[in-house]
Design a binder for this molecule. Structure first.
Ligand code: AMP
Length: 138
């Protein structure tokens, strides 16, 4: 499991194309961009992903993500932006240090979104109840 890579990038032990840094956040170009300008925004404080990050880190990181997203949009002339976080291997996470992908999108860039699946009402109701219950206990 890759947990150290981004720590090394922050420390300057692995080179990167840095675009932003403050006390909490660090942002650099993705080495394998979905579109040119694809940027990763990460907290300096390590967590594996979003779910185990502490609230203060999340609160302080969000403005940096917005700042970088605005800059990526302006610099690339993108028509839109995807901000994505993959949580867990099943969701496509490869590097286990919380990171948000800021991906510039263009009207004709050929990328497709995933498709929705139909769910019957009973299943949706049961799941909504379980989620509400889980939130109440948290
Ligand atoms: P994820 O699949 O959400 O864990 O995304 C990991 C991302 O890290 C991928 O988009 C990779 O292209 C990117 N990545 C891996 N190694 C590097 C590196 N040395 N510098 C910049 N980006 C990297």
């Amino acid at each position: 499991m890759n947990t150290d890579l981004f720590k090394k990038i922050i420390a300057g032990e692995i080179p990167c194309e840095k675009v932003y840094e403050d006390d909490v956040a660090f942002a650099f170009l993705d080495i394998n961009p979905v579109n040119p300008g694809h940027t990763l925004v990460i907290p300096k404080k390590w967590s594996s992903g979003f779910l185990d990050a502490d609230k203060d880190t999340i609160c302080e990181l969000i403005p940096a993500i917005q700042k970088v997203a605005k800059a990526v949009k302006e610099a690339t002339g993108a028509d839109g932006i995807n901000i994505i976080q993959n949580e867990g291997e099943a969701a496509g996470q490869k590097v286990f240090h919380l990171h948000f992908h800021v991906i510039p999108r263009f009207v004709d860039d050929g990328l497709e979104h995933w498709y929705g699946k139909a769910v019957d009402d009973e299943t949706a109701k049961t799941l909504a109840e379980k989620i509400r219950h889980s939130i109440t206990r948290s």
